[in-house]
Design a protein around this ligand. Structure first.
Ligand SMILES: Nc1ncnc2c1ncn2[C@@H]1O[C@H](COP(=O)(O)OP(=O)(O)OP(=O)(O)O)[C@@H](O)[C@H]1O
Ligand SMILES: [Mg+2]
Length: 294
């Protein structure tokens, strides 16, 4: 697998690719974090981004929802380049996204119910999935119904609705964060390290939940993960960020055949995923795409 971005027109809506990133550069002060990221996000699939701490994974995700502006490059969502967009235009595109932040980021002073309903209130009390631009107030009973549905969807007991985030377990907090991310029925769900700090069983539960949501809602998922077992369990596609670029991108099977030295080290060090053997003489270094034997 030599992963070179396809030469086709990226500024056209594609059935296969939901988000297309080309030549993304971002520097903070003296620190060049992204040095030409090329990445395609497959529509309706689970796309996992792996890479070492501080490599810029969260920075990529923040660019995808327009929270950060790149120094240069393109981020094309459904055929629209969001880089030149104004804040006003971005807000329209942002409605396509649901985000589960790295530390779940619930509002501590709000109850679980208020947390889950927060996006509805923020977006002008619009009913979920009403992208027709018609604003209408939802009644208290309707809102409560939405909260209950979200709880069921995430298999959370209803009694938790009145609790505060500090009273929940880590796994429950992630679920509530996801319930909140889903409330506006996003087309694209972004998960930043959804299993960090969870034990193996809770990790497996969150993985199942991501798979479940992906299949049931048909959403496109982008997952940043440190956890290799989880990456290979849920990923339809896996991409590795290394030294500011995507050095490898493919199905888990393709990634298992990677010749990229650092990728192999990174995945094998986890001790949970076995790669296909590749002779040492065939390994490639550096930040270009590696080449896996066919
Ligand atoms: N707003 C910012 N201002 C300055 N530097 C930033 C900013 N955001 C990120 N960085 C820097 O960019 C680099 C990449 O950060 P990022 O959070 O994307 O890493 P990451 O790959 O998500 O790491 P981790 O796995 O630890 O979450 C870091 O060195 C970080 O300090
Ligand atoms: Mg991060």
């Amino acid at each position: 697998m030599v992963w070179t971005p396809p030469a086709e027109d990226i500024f056209r809506r594609s059935e296969q690719w939901h988000v297309r990133i080309r030549g993304l550069h971002k520097t903070f002060g003296q620190h060049q974090v992204l040095r030409g990221v090329d990445l395609d996000i497959a529509r309706g699939k689970i796309n996992v981004i792996i890479g070492g701490s501080g490599q810029g994974k969260s920075v990529i995700i923040k660019h995808i929802i327009g929270l950060l502006k790149p120094d240069r490059g393109h981020i094309v969502v459904d055929g629209e380049d969001i880089v030149p967009m104004s804040e006003y235009q971005l807000n329209r595109v942002r409605r396509k996204f649901g985000m589960l932040f790295q530390y779940a980021a619930l509002f501590d002073s709000l109850t679980v119910e208020e947390n889950i309903l927060f996006p509805l209130i923020e977006h002008g009390l619009r009913g979920p999935g009403h992208n027709d631009g018609v604003r209408r107030r939802m009644s208290r009973a309707e809102m409560r119904q939405v909260a209950l549905e979200q709880m069921d969807k995430l298999r959370l007991p209803h009694v938790l609705l009145r609790k505060f985030p500090s009273e929940l377990s880590g796994g429950q907090r992630k679920r509530v964060g996801l319930a909140r991310a889903l409330v506006l029925r996003p087309e694209i769900l972004l998960y930043d390290e959804p299993t960090t700090g969870l034990d193996p069983v809770a990790t497996k539960n969150v993985d199942d939940m991501i798979r479940d949501i992906s299949q049931r809602e048909g959403v496109t998922s982008v997952v940043i993960s440190h956890d290799m077992a989880s990456t290979f369990r849920i990923g339809d596609r896996v991409s590795m960020l290394y030294e500011g670029r995507i050095v490898e991108s493919g199905t888990p099977d393709e990634i298992r055949r990677s010749r990229h030295r650092y990728l192999r080290l990174f995945v094998e060090t986890s001790g949970t995923v076995q790669l296909d053997p590749v002779p040492d003489s065939e390994l490639v270094d550096g930040d270009g795409p590696g080449e896996a034997p066919r």
